[in-house]
Design a binder for this molecule. Structure first.
Ligand code: C5P
Length: 489
């Protein structure tokens, strides 16, 4: 019979199942069986609307972010005096939003009771390989695979010997043999047992097999007057090690770097209700901000009017016009890296109307245009606060590479990301981009052109950030020189 992997269900369904099983004091698997049984008998409970118990409100969506565990562990508790610490371990894992399903060996039941373990884990405890309730659909296989990690604590000398030799004569050893998940052992035994040649051989074999160990620590034993290596690691140490395996730290290569980005169009007012604008969506600049933030940078995004959500963890300054954009950029300096992705209007109206311009018989009002400040060129040419890496964009409709190269020289930036924005490409406002990265070698001023294949704007952002990571030095600018405010809430 096919087995159902609860972990792979939609978040909403999982949340519903968890709430319902908690309400009915059943394990999630049991709840699924009950629901299926009810469906087959034609007396199913409606799946929607779901009348959650009052404390379960608000709706599942809000639960997803905070309450629902993101990882799960099968915890095998072996038979040793250290088993009492495993009760604390369950609590520590759950504190870290790790779902715990426990398996007790027969010997473990001499030290802790299934009742206390199930009360702490809020799940049914598994003890028997031949339990008809669990095994009708090969429950030991589910315990072995429907988790992200298996932790054995305490891992006794006997349990490790069985593992090293591939035994499967009880539920714990069968799970350990049937799993394809990582296994973390927390050995606990008398120092003489730990140092025994047989245990040494078994530990060496298990390590060759890829099994991970935490501890044992050295200290006093439960046996009066004995001390040495063999004490099980503390629950908090095991929980921390498990969490590291489940959620490996994300690399943050731009940590400590401050990245300033402009994005979107600018709106240049004609009068209080009209403005000059362009078709920029801001998507590329926003994607770069998100990618730089994900790489660990402190990101300040100065954005013209766009229809996009502020990227999480990024300080966003919303502006309208080119002059406001320049002002915000200047006050955000110093920065380690500045990326000018905004489609800044080249001109603004010099004779901006204070009141709404009226249609008159005298004909159209003459609009006088004046040049806007070039933000990229201004920042590239700064004497003191010039960011060590300044990147501009060149949106061209013809002679892309040549125009971009001369822009690099004219504006004084280090790199130009050139893209063809002729209407046929669909780049303006679209989700994909084809770019060429034109960079100037700082040492010999040699220009390199690197053409990338067509990508989504998110992929372009990730690729650009990867190039930045490769190129940035390990020196940071002095951030005390300029204060900046926290992200708007
Ligand atoms: O001259 P052009 O508008 O083609 O230059 C494009 C590059 O210069 C982009 O990086 C854009 O953000 C920047 N730019 C600017 N201020 C302007 C005009 C363009 O920062 N006034």
């Amino acid at each position: 019979m096919a087995s159902l992997t609860i972990r792979k269900l939609d978040e909403g369904v999982k949340t519903y199942l968890r709430l319902r099983s908690a309400r009915n004091r059943r394990s999630v698997e049991e709840e699924v069986r009950v629901i299926l049984g009810e469906l087959i008998e034609g007396r199913e409970e409606p799946l929607t609307p779901f009348s959650a118990p009052p404390e379960a409100s608000p709706a599942p969506a809000s639960l997803r972010s905070s309450a629902v565990p993101e990882a799960s562990v099968t915890l095998i508790i072996g038979g040793g005096i250290a088993a009492f610490k495993s009760l604390d371990l369950i609590r520590r894992l759950k504190e870290r939003r790790i779902e715990v399903r426990c398996v007790l060996t027969k010997a473990a039941e001499q030290f802790v009771t299934p009742l206390s373990v199930s009360a702490l884990s809020h799940e049914r405890v598994h003890t028997d390989l031949f339990d008809p309730q669990s095994e009708f659909d090969a429950g030991h296989i589910r315990l072995a695979r429907d988790c992200d990690l298996i932790v054995v604590a305490p891992a006794t000398a006997d349990l490790m010997a069985k593992m090293a030799n591939g035994h499967a004569d009880d539920l714990a050893s069968a799970i350990l043999l049937a799993t394809n998940r990582k296994i973390l052992l927390a050995p606990a035994m008398n120092p003489l047992m730990w140092n025994n040649a047989a245990t040494r051989r078994n530990v060496a074999q298990l390590q060759r097999d890829g099994v991970l160990l935490i501890g044992p620590n050295s200290g006093e034993m439960a046996e009066a007057g004995e001390a040495g290596v063999g004490r099980m690691s503390e629950a908090i140490e095991i929980a921390t090690a498990a969490e590291k395996l489940l959620r490996p730290p994300v690399p943050r290569p731009l940590a400590g770097k401050r990245v300033l980005i402009t994005a979107g169009p600018t709106h240049e007012p004609i009068d209080p209700v009209r403005y000059i604008a362009n078709r920029s969506s801001g998507k590329q600049g926003f994607a770069i901000a998100a990618a730089a933030q994900a790489a660990g940078a402190e990101v300040i995004l100065v954005s013209g009017p766009v229809d996009l959500d502020d990227p999480a963890g990024v300080t966003v300054k919303h502006v309208e016009s080119a002059r406001q954009m320049l002002e915000q950029v200047q006050s955000a300096l110093p920065a380690d890296i500045a990326i000018f992705a905004a489609a800044v209007a080249d001109w603004r109206v010099a004779n901006e109307g204070e009141q709404k311009l009226k249609k008159t018989s005298a004909g159209m009002p003459p609009l006088q245009l004046v040049e806007n400040p070039d933000i990229l060129a201004t920042i590239s040419k700064l004497a003191d606060k010039r960011p060590p890496l300044v990147i501009g964009f060149a949106a061209e409709t013809e002679h892309l590479i040549d125009n971009a190269k001369s822009k690099l020289a004219r504006k004084g930036c280090d790199w130009i990301v050139a893209n063809d924005v002729s209407p046929a490409t669909g780049v303006m406002g679209g989700d994909r981009n084809t770019v060429h990265l034109i960079s100037k070698n700082a040492a010999n001023s040699e220009i390199t052109v690197d053409s990338w294949p067509v990508m989504t704007k998110e992929q372009v952002a990730i690729e650009l950030v990867a190039h930045i990571v490769k190129s940035v030095t390990h020196t940071s600018v002095d951030k005390s020189a300029n204060k900046f405010s926290e992200p708007a809430s």
